[in-house]
Design a protein around this ligand. Structure first.
Ligand code: ATP
Ligand code: MG
Length: 140
């Protein structure tokens, strides 16, 4: 077991649903702790940089448009195995395939508008955290 940090995002579609309390309940219930938190509307370049790994995918244009259409809530979560624990709370990428009770099953609408993001490995978590937060914004 290792204490990790992950970049977690409530995407614009889920921010619109006004379910922050439900999301924080799940985070707290899993033993994770937010150590940085903000609500921001990403610019197109910020969204493109964040999802640069997907720039050659056919859905890249639509995805980055969706990610900039309203404010997102962006967090750094810390805890034991935070990366896999948070992804477990999210469920499968496509809400239709996500397990009952997961956040994407409960609040996601489609494979694109799936409500939430979570880093998938320690190196991508490191990149995503530094893309979204400056050092003084993270306080453990
Ligand atoms: P995320 O990185 O957002 O946590 P993920 O790791 O489960 O999600 P990825 O394969 O990294 O899934 O895809 C990144 C995001 O791109 C997805 O969360 C979703 O919003 C969007 N996406 C993925 N596949 C498709 C698709 N086939 N069509 C449209 N959008 C997609
Ligand atoms: Mg991903």
């Amino acid at each position: 077991m290792a204490t990790e940090r992950t970049l977690a995002m409530i995407k614009p579609d889920a921010v619109k649903l006004n379910v922050l309390g439900e999301v924080f309940s799940a985070i707290e219930g899993a033993g994770l702790r937010p150590v940085a938190l903000k609500r921001v509307r990403l610019s197109r370049p910020q969204a493109e940089g964040f999802y640069a790994v997907h720039r050659d995918r056919p859905f890249f244009n639509d995805l980055t448009a969706f990610m900039t259409e309203g404010p997102a809530v962006i967090m750094v979560l810390e805890g034991e195995n935070a990366i896999s624990v948070w992804r477990g709370l999210l469920g499968a990428t496509n809400p239709a395939d996500a397990e009952d009770g997961t956040l994407r099953k409960r609040f996601g609408a489609s494979i694109q508008c799936n409500g939430f993001h979570g880093s998938d490995a320690t190196d991508t978590a490191g990149f995503e955290i530094s893309h979204m937060f400056g050092g003084v914004e993270i306080a453990d």
